[in-house]
Design a protein around this ligand. Structure first.
Ligand code: NAI
Length: 304
């Protein structure tokens, strides 16, 4: 009897067990959409306080989803919430949580050496078939995966904030991502309710490569005194049909995050003028004016 032992032609089973590492803003959203879609989830963070907070916010978010989806059937809504919540386990031990994973999505701090340390550890303990993915916004997938042996089973899964609301998922193919891994990532993305697009491992992928320079140009325009913040935002909303203006968006994303991404790209691509530092952005960040989260950026906000 002929048996096919070639791993490249083997059909990979669909992903059912996902371990999400990093229980912050993005990780908790990724855990939520996965559990909502019927996946078994382990959410991992260094801090059990973070995990407790994440579980609470996931519960509240699921409650809102249930109210909308099961408007006239509150009992079914409750069932949806409790069943989704029951699919999410939490852990402070990445190695243990890796053992049962078909897919590991990393959403920890945006720091290459911390990511390298984590993936080196995971590579030693995760099953052979487990796919590794990073949710990084600004680091290179090829560089992150340089420390693991399973380079063919590694890629980028880049979600958008807030994860349960934003419909896009960028699926990033690294230089060595295999076709089977790519296919599994695309299928999983669809299964958790996202519309997937594919991109090569390039700075900012598609969305941020276009959005960050756009926001930066708006900051430069404002810095030159060419128009007021309000008028720049009104212009892009009413003249280009954008739901938010670029400076409002910068405040929402966080001016520190914008600066962090810009500085990283500038260091890597010093000849690209679009990535040049912006004195006004540096000044606002130095003054602690980071946008909505600190109560002031380009605009002032009521602190929650
Ligand atoms: P966050 O600061 O809210 O959450 C990060 C979490 O990771 C923290 O709770 C921290 O305790 C935990 N952590 C740090 N090191 C860890 C380790 N070694 N093991 C386990 N847990 C660890 O950050 P956020 O915003 O959720 O970002 C996470 C990742 O997602 C970053 O790579 C970022 O670039 C990316 N991202 C962020 C977006 C955003 O809008 N904030 C959008 C898309 C991607």
């Amino acid at each position: 009897i002929a048996r096919n032992f070639s791993s490249s032609s083997a059909v990979q089973a669909a992903i059912k067990n996902v371990t999400v590492i990093g229980g912050g803003l993005m990780g908790s959203g990724i855990a939520q959409v996965s559990a909502q879609a019927g996946q078994n989830v382990i959410l991992v963070d260094l801090s059990s306080d973070v995990l407790a907070k994440s579980q609470k916010s996931i519960g509240a978010n699921l409650g809102r989803v249930a109210k909308k989806v099961y408007k006239d059937k509150p009992q079914e809504g409750e069932k949806f919430v409790s069943e989704s919540m029951a699919r999410i386990k939490t852990s402070t031990d990445p190695a243990e949580a890796a053992k049962s994973a078909d897919l590991i999505v990393e959403a920890i701090v945006e720091n290459m050496s911390v990511k390298h340390k984590l993936f080196t550890q995971l590579d030693g303990v995760a099953p052979n078939h487990t796919i590794f993915a990073s949710n990084t916004s600004s680091l290179s997938i090829n560089e992150i995966c340089s420390v693991v042996k399973r380079k063919d089973r590694f890629g980028g899964l880049h979600f958008f904030n807030p994860v349960p609301v934003m419909r896009l998922l960028e699926v990033v193919r690294g230089a060595e991502t295999s076709d089977a891994t790519y296919k599994s990532m695309m299928e999983w993305g669809k299964a958790v309710g996202k519309t997937c697009i594919t991109c090569k491992d390039t700075p900012g992928f598609v969305v941020n490569r276009l959005l960050v320079p756009y926001i930066c140009e708006a900051v430069r325009l404002f810095e030159r005194g060419d128009a007021s913040a309000r008028d720049i935002d009104t212009a892009m909303k009413l003249g280009a049909g954008y739901p938010m203006g670029p400076l409002e968006l910068a405040d929402y994303v966080g001016l520190d995050t914008n600066k962090f991404i810009l500085d990283g790209w500038h260091k890597k691509y010093p000849d690209q003028p679009l990535f040049n530092p912006i004195p006004l952005l540096d000044k606002l960040v130095a003054e602690g004016k980071l946008g909505v989260k600190t109560g002031e950026g380009f605009y002032k906000y009521d602190k929650k």
